[in-house]
Each structure stands twice: as structure tokens, then as C-alpha cells.
Design a protein around this ligand. Structure first.
Ligand code: ARG
Length: 572
């Protein structure tokens, strides 16, 4: 928002210098950055460096001329412009900041929204658990990331399709069917579906060591399933139904919803024809021992295996079919796959195949591992990933203690409700606050620390601001002109960055910058409240102006946390 304004002002100043503006230089090419040091200015422009080369003058001299020219024009939004080390530094005017605060406050429920995505559609694929398996902590990362990105795109005016691409097909179901037929028990499975299915799967692999014939049996059961065998089909559907019910419970706790759950099995019928088509078009060819491959030498990638020698279909083939289906059915402008770093090669191959086929390329929105505090993969004593249900349970229990300590006066019911909001918020924020490309070291203490960079801290700040507003009751006329203390001005400057932060999140598919923004805003709001009298201010118009600042900050905190899928609380 402010960046655009400064681009425009700079462009105007450039035009005033006869013979200066290189042909075609437009506002969009003027790069505006926020100053790291507010002493130097609020925003800086580095255009003098590139102009200096063309004009054969030192950058500082060019910057100086530009600064003088802007100071001469004196746009009302700018208080002063100074040149330093070749940069042109802008200081915003107090009047502009106060007017903006008023505008933001008036439209606070819509602030951050835009229409840059109007008429465009994006498919966001996330969560993607595998049927008959536990969801674990890694699923929390894709689920939280995907949901937040979907929210952000929506706010920018995009039509979003939230897609949970279930892992409900593949040779593992042959193994599971075998194990169930040999050792399964209907009642047990109904009571505790996922752990029991998991055990069956583990047992299959244990017994396989001694009974090698099980491998064959597994393959046979899977091909029966593929051919539509009634019994196998029914069992598979039952496994799927039971698993989905468990997943739904988790999504309910996390407040996550999807528009479609179409998973891998949906594309089964299309795989044969797809392989044939790819062969006929000369894109796919026979590889070793009867397998079918797509050579990707031109992309410096290993060949994509799309059909095994025994005719069995593959994960990648299903993804090619799914991509085609999505493009035909939804005509998206963008398609995001929120999947871990470890599948990078798979998505490079998918992307290469898409290019060969002339299809829209999938964007792999990758993320790192979630590690325990010992920097190792979080696992149970048996070496398996910790189930997500356990993680949530533990977070809620810990949150209950922390909340009880913070506010012992709460009733049992209130405490339980607050603890759940705090715990879910903390878990999600932990997944979203870092750059998604890096691994996370998961720390229960830090995650629930009310004084650190955590969701509870942000929720607590919101609750604090809300309680001030509640205490203040109805307010009268506010004189924003009386806002001039540094902590007040710093908040307004920060608020102005919200729309750009959101747009940047969508551009990079990152949530870390939004989290950092909210943390920064919360810090400023707390500092303001601790250093400046608000309710106790006896200058009524100034008191009301300060309350307006609090009201706006609280509202933007709530909106921003909402984008991250985190709920706020009026009290903690
Ligand atoms: N279900 C898969 C797994 O757990 C992830 C699916 C990722 N999405 C995709 N379109 N391949 O490994």
C-alpha cells in the first residue's frame, strides 16, 4: 500500500528530471523497501544505484537530486526525504499516518483484503493422510500450512478449492487385506480402527520375514481389489470409512475443512488409458523388463516410472491423472501441493511431465521435518511416529496447567475451553511461524510460553487489548491528532504493512512473514500499553484516540491470527 504510494511519488520526481528517466521506467520497477533502521527513514528506494550507472554520476549525487525534487513537490503523505549512501529515504508525515489509522479503523474487518486474485482460481492440496494409518505430527504441518495458505488466497479474492488428496490406493492395501483375512477381528477393528489396522500392517511385515509367500498373496489381493472383487472392495471401503471417521475427529478439533476428499483411488480407472495414451503419443516408452517409463533426461531427472513390470500402477501415474482431472474440471490458475521436502524428486518429475504434456505446472509447496527437542524425528518407543491424536491430547493437558496458573479464578468449564483454544493455536503457530523450508524443533515449553513468540502470547495480547476496550466502555470523540508518542506512531506504521504482508505471503506461499508481523504488532501493542496511560488518561479526546489505536490493533491481530487458523480469546 505505502510501497505503491512511494513508487508513484518517486516516479513523478524522476519525470521532472529532464532526460533522466530511462525510457519505459515505470513505478512498478521502483523497488521500495522498509527501512531496517527507523532513524534513517520509514521506507527506502535504491533506484539511484541503477540510474547512477546510466547517468555516469555517483549514486549519492543522484539520490540527493531525487530527494530534493521530492521535498520540493512536498507530497502530503511525506514529511521529509533524505539521501544517504545512495538511498532515498522517506519519512511519512504524521497527518498521513493519522488519516490512515482512521481509515483502517473504519474498515478494520476488511483491512488486508484485496482483489488481486479476482477471477482466478487456486487449488490448494494439503493434509493428504493415508487410509489405515495414523496421522502424525508431519500431517499437522501440511494441514496447518495448507489451511493458512487457503485462507490467505481467499482473502486476496481468489476462488480456492481446498483439497484433501487421500492416500487411499496402492499395493499396501493388498497387504492389509491379506493381514485382515488372516488375523483380523471385526469387533476389535471397529472399536479402535486405526491402531488395529496399523498393527495388522506391521504384523504382515513381521511375518513376511519367515513366510515369503505372503508377498505373493498381498499382490494377489491387491490385483483382486483392482479388478473390483466384491469382498475386497467391501473391506477396503470399510477400512476407508473407519479411517475417515477418525480423521474427521482430528479435523474437527483443529477446525479444518475441505471442499473435496477425492483421493488416489478415484483415478484408478483412468490409469490404463493414460499409460496407453502416453505411449501412443511417444511420450512414454518401454523400459527395463516390461516397465513403462517417461524419459526425463532433458530435465536432468531420472526417468519417471509410470507402470511397473507386473502392470501395477504407481503413485506418480495417479498424480498425473489427478493433475489432468483437476485442470479440466476446475481450470485453476495455480495449483499448490503442500507436501514435505522428502517428496521433492516426485514433484520435480510430475512438473517435468506436466511441461511435456503442456499442462499447468504443479507448485510443490515444500516443508521441512518436525523434530523433537533432541533434534531427532519425534517417535514412540517402538520407533513409530507419534500419532497426532496423542500430540493434541498432550498439548491440551499442558495448556490446561498453564492456563490454570495464569488465571486460577476460571471455572473448570472455562478453563477447558480456553485450554483447547490455546493448545490448538499453539500447535498451529508452531507449524507456521518458521520458514516452511526449514525443519522445526518442536518444543512444548516454547510453544506454550506466554512471553515468547507463540500463539498463547498473541492470544494473551489480544485478550489484554479486549479487556481494556471492555473496561473503557463507550467512548466519545477521538482526536487522532493527539497521537504523537513514538510507541503510538510505531503501531500505526506497522499496521500499514498488513496488506503487503498478506500479499507477500501468497506470492511466496510462506506464512512465516505473517507470523512475524503479528508477533511484531503484539510486541508494539504491549509496549504501548505498558508505557502510555490509556484508560487513565484524563485528556478524553486523546484517551479515545488511544483506545482507537488499541481497537484497531486488536482487530488486525484477530484477522491475522484468523488467517493462520488460530482463534482468539476475550480472556485467558
Ligand atoms: N498421501 C501421500 C503420503 O502420505 C502424500 C500425497 C501428496 N500429494 C500428492 N498429490 N502426491 O505420502
Amino acid at each position: 500500500m505505502v510501497a505503491k504510494l512511494i513508487q508513484k511519488i518517486t516516479e513523478e520526481a524522476l519525470k521532472k528530471q529532464a532526460g533522466w528517466a530511462p525510457a519505459g521506467l515505470s513505478a512498478g520497477e521502483i523497488f521500495v523497501e522498509k527501512s531496517a533502521n527507523l532513524q534513517l527513514g520509514d521506507y527506502a528506494v535504491n533506484i539511484a544505484f541503477s540510474l547512477a550507472k546510466e547517468l555516469k554520476k555517483p549514486p549519492q549525487e543522484v539520490a540527493q537530486i531525487l530527494a530534493e525534487s521530492i521535498n520540493f513537490i512536498k507530497p502530503p503523505e511525506i514529511n521529509e526525504v533524505r539521501a544517504a549512501d545512495g538511498y532515498v529515504n522517506f519519512f511519512l508525515s504524521l497527518d498521513f499516518l493519522r488519516t490512515e489509522l482512521n481509515n483502517i479503523n473504519k474498515n478494520r474487518s476488511k483491512f488486508g483484503r484485496s482483489d488481486i486474485g479476482r477471477g482466478k482460481r487456486v487449488i490448494v492440496e494439503y493434509s493428504q493422510p493415508n487410509i489405515a494409518k495414523q496421522m502424525h505430527i508431519g500431517h499437522l504441518r501440511t494441514t496447518a500450512l495448507g489451511d493458512a495458505l487457503a485462507n490467505i488466497y481467499e482473502t486476496l479474492g481468489y476462488k480456492v478449492v481446498r483439497w484433501n488428496y487421500l492416500g487411499d490406493w496402492g499395493t499396501q492395501f493388498g497387504k492389509l487385506l491379506t493381514a485382515y483375512k488372516l488375523w483380523g477381528n471385526k469387533k476389535e477393528l471397529e472399536i479402535n480402527p486405526i491402531p488395529v489396522l496399523n498393527e495388522l500392517y506391521v504384523r504382515f511385515h513381521q511375518e513376511l520375514k519367515e513366510h515369503l509367500e505372503l508377498e505373493r498373496r498381498g499382490q494377489e489381493e491387491f490385483s483382486k481389489l483392482e479388478r473390483g472383487d466384491k469382498e475386497n472392495r467391501k473391506l477396503w471401503e470399510w477400512f476407508k470409512k473407519l479411517s475417515l471417521k477418525e480423521f474427521e475427529k482430528i479435523y474437527g478439533l483443529l477446525g479444518i475443512r475441505f471442499d473435496t476428499l477425492i483421493g488416489e483411488s478415484f483415478f484408478e480407472k483412468e490409469l490404463g488409458p493414460l499409460v496407453t495414451e502416453l505411449r501412443e503419443r511417444g511420450i512414454a516408452e518401454a523400459g527395463n523388463e516390461g516397465a513403462i517409463i517417461i524419459k526425463l533426461d532433458a530435465f536432468k531427472l531420472p526417468p519417471a516410472l509410470i507402470q511397473k513390470a507386473d502392470g501395477a500402477s504407481l503413485y506418480l501415474t495417479r498424480d498425473i491423472a489427478a493433475l489432468k482431472y483437476r485442470l479440466t474440471k476446475y481450470k485453476p490458475d495455480k495449483i499448490l501441493y503442500v507436501v514435505g521436502n522428502e517428496q521433492a524428486l516426485h514433484f520435480q518429475q510430475l512438473s517435468a511431465v506436466a511441461e511435456i504434456l503442456g499442462l499447468l505446472k504443479p507448485e510443490h509447496v515444500k516443508y521441512g521435518l518436525v523434530l523433537g527437542e533432541d533434534k531427532k524425528k519425534m517417535s514412540t518407543r517402538e520407533g513409530e511416529a507419534i500419532p497426532l491424536t496423542e500430540v493434541i491430547k498432550k498439548a491440551v493437558n499442558l495448556a490446561r496447567d498453564v492456563v490454570a496458573k495464569k488465571n486460577p479464578a476460571l471455572s473448570e468449564k472455562e478453563r477447558a475451553q480456553i485450554a483447547s483454544t490455546v493448545a490448538i493455536g499453539a500447535l498451529k503457530y508452531e507449524m507456521l511461524k518458521d520458514n516452511r523450508n526449514s525443519d522445526i524443533v518442536f518444543s512444548w515449553d516454547k510453544m506454550l510460553d506466554f512471553t515468547g513468540n507463540s500463539a498463547p502470547y498473541l492470544q494473551y495480547t489480544y485478550a489484554r487489548l479486549s479487556s481494556i476496550l471492555k473496561k473503557a466502555g463507550r467512548t466519545g470523540r477521538a482526536d487522532l491528532g493527539q497521537l504523537s508518542e513514538e510507541p503510538e506512531i510505531a503501531i500505526i506504521k506497522m499496521l500499514l504493512d498488513f496488506p503487503d504482508t498478506i500479499a507477500e505471503s501468497a506470492r511466496t506461499n510462506l506464512t512465516s512473514n505473517l507470523a512475524l508481523f503479528l508477533y511484531g504488532l503484539a510486541n508494539l501493542a504491549n509496549r504501548f500499553y505498558e508505557t502510555t496511560p490509556v484508560i487513565k488518561d484524563d485528556n478524553a479526546p486523546r484517551r479515545n484516540a488511544r483506545l482507537k489505536l488499541i481497537e484497531t490493533s486488536a482487530s488486525i491481530l484477530k484477522t491475522g491470527l484468523g488467517f493462520l487458523g488460530i482463534n482468539v480469546l476475550d480472556r485467558i
